[in-house]
Ligand binder design. Structure first.
Ligand code: C2O
Length: 515
């Protein structure tokens, strides 16, 4: 193991990723797209971040990193640290004890859709598929906005219809003109990451099936598929073998999940097979290739994936948490989102610092304030989380600090994408659902179906303060979040908050006892 150090001087730079509009984006060391972080398992990752934005708070969350004993390096605004204000610096420093495909992104209010997000790859020469490919690529996909996020956020919050902002464009590797140059008869490992803020995308390669070998950092039994649905924050690694001849190029297609868009923007349309595609006849300054994907192609169902380590279904839970998602626009036209009628509001002091200073009271949820929706988990408890959705939109939920077993979901996958408006919310009924998978899929971000439910299990074996939230950034800002405080006494024993963290708080004007 080695130490890998990155110096990130964060500042605004100009970029024109869709060829339609140049705008300012969050750059690192004067560059955008941002540098990909690459490490090996066991490495110490050090990122020295300086916020040179001048007018905006920032932080870095390393999405999917377990941060064992370093929950205070998790980058989540006011859960694991204070916002890093303009002119402040913060050094992230933690051991990477896992493999696979991850990403990093800003995790203060509204900053990653302005471009502050990129891949984080943990290479593994011992992966079971390491000798099965010739070369690897990382492909990010994202929704893109011509407006600065703070302008969009205003619309999103003061918005009686509740409609989310409509993306201006969709990017592959931060551009609309990307090609992967491949050779005939070779096998490629392609790492797919949705680094967007909102929209899930279907992924497809013309005339090629592929093998899934990893989801969200969890190796899977090699599993054949020809289309994936990738919600924001989800990752897949796939093996693709090219044809032996060179007489044709094959489009790699992502298709926007139109169910998420409240209106279809004018340069997109539903095609004859009901997929959303570019509308070539609409005024558009850029030549766009349209592509008809057969409606017979069905996205792969992630719940059927078997982890390569064959980890078995966890035993009956010690703790079951039942949550219901709802969206509401009742308060003066401002949109709010709720888990069990609580709309998350950031605390005045980062939750982990409250844990550290609360002494023996740390396992008392009232210490953390009702509106952070704190949930105390006991060390090594099996936790079952049942998420019911009273809303008619899907929500990609992410749990920090863990992956989890995916043990049940309704409605079924096909209905989720094409038929959900027919039904009333389906509440989870444990008595009807005894046949959970023997070796459930594990991942760190799942799609909660519209008006359906999702059930996950995990072991609370990673003491820390972990956010659980919808990864649609507009919904996070509307409060679709809560905080898990896992084994508070163990957090106190295993964590050390460096002085720099308190300096960042002081600079940001966050006051608390002991500061
Ligand atoms: Cu990538 Cu709190 O999330």
């Amino acid at each position: 193991a080695k130490t890998v150090t990155y110096d990130f001087n964060v500042s605004w730079v100009m970029a024109n990723p869709d060829g339609l509009l140049e705008r300012k984006v969050v750059g690192i060391n004067g560059q955008w797209p941002l540098p990909v972080i690459e490490v090996d398992k066991g490495d110490q990752l050090v990122v020295n971040m300086y916020n040179g934005l001048g007018d905006k708070n920032a932080s870095i969350h390393f999405h999917g990193m377990y941060q064992n004993t370093t929950s205070n390096m998790d980058g989540a605004n006011m859960a694991s640290q204070c916002p890093i204000g303009p002119g402040s610096s913060f050094t992230y420093n933690f051991t990477v004890d896992q493999n696979g495909t991850y990403w990093y992104h800003c995790h203060t209010d509204f900053c990653y859709p302005d471009g502050y997000r990129q891949a984080l790859i943990v290479h593994d020469s011992d992966a079971y598929f390491a000798d099965q490919y010739d070369e690897e690529f990382t492909v990010t996909m994202s929704d893109w906005y011509h407006d600065l996020v703070e302008d969009i956020s205003f619309l999103s919050l003061y918005n009686p219809s509740g409609a989310e902002p409509i993306p201006s464009a969709f990017l592959f590797n931060d551009t609309m003109n990307s090609n992967l140059a491949v050779e005939p008869g070779k096998t490629y490992l392609i790492r797919l990451i949705n680094i967007g803020a909102f929209v899930g995308q279907f992924f497809y390669i013309e005339d090629h099936t592929f093998k899934i070998v990893e989801i969200d950092g969890v190796y899977t039994e090699p599993t054949e598929a020809d289309m994936l649905y990738i919600a924001v924050a989800q990752r897949y690694a796939i093996l693709v073998t090219t044809k032996n001849s060179t007489d044709k190029n094959y489009p790699i297609v992502t298709i926007v999940d139109s169910d998420l868009l409240d209106t279809i923007p004018e340069d997109l349309k539903l095609n004859s097979t009901n997929w959303l595609e570019y509308n070539a006849s609409a005024a558009h300054e850029q030549a766009v290739i349209t592509y008809d994907v057969s409606s017979d192609i069905v996205p792969f169902d992630d719940i059927t994936l078997v982890p390569a380590d064959h980890m078995e279904l966890l035993p009956e839970p010690d703790l079951e948490i039942n949550l219901t998602v709802s969206m509401n626009n009742l308060r003066n036209g401002n949109g709010y989102a709720f888990l069990n009628d609580i709309s998350y509001t950031a605390p005045k002091v980062p939750t982990i610092y409250s844990v550290m200073s609360a002494g023996t009271l740390a396992d008392n949820a009232t210490v953390y304030g009702e509106y952070t929706h704190p949930m105390i988990l006991k060390h090594n408890d099996v936790v079952q989380l049942v998420l019911n959705n009273a809303d008619s939109g899907s929500h990609p939920f992410h749990l920090h600090g863990h992956n989890f077993q995916v043990i049940d979901r309704a409605p079924a996958y096909g209905e989720h994408f094409y038929d959900y408006l027919a039904g009333d919310p389906v509440p989870f009924d444990p008595s009807n659902h005894t046949a959970f998978p023997a070796m459930p899929a594990r991942r760190d971000t799942f799609v909660l179906p519209p008006q359906g439910y999702y059930v996950i299990r995990f072991v609370a074996d990673n003491p820390g303060v972990w956010m659980f939230h919808c990864h649609i950034d507009w919904h996070l800002s509307q409060g679709l979040a809560m905080v898990m405080i896992e084994a508070p006494n163990k957090i106190q024993e295993t964590h050390h908050i460096p002085d720099q963290a308190y300096e960042v708080c002081r600079a940001a004007g966050v006051q608390y006892e002991g500061n």
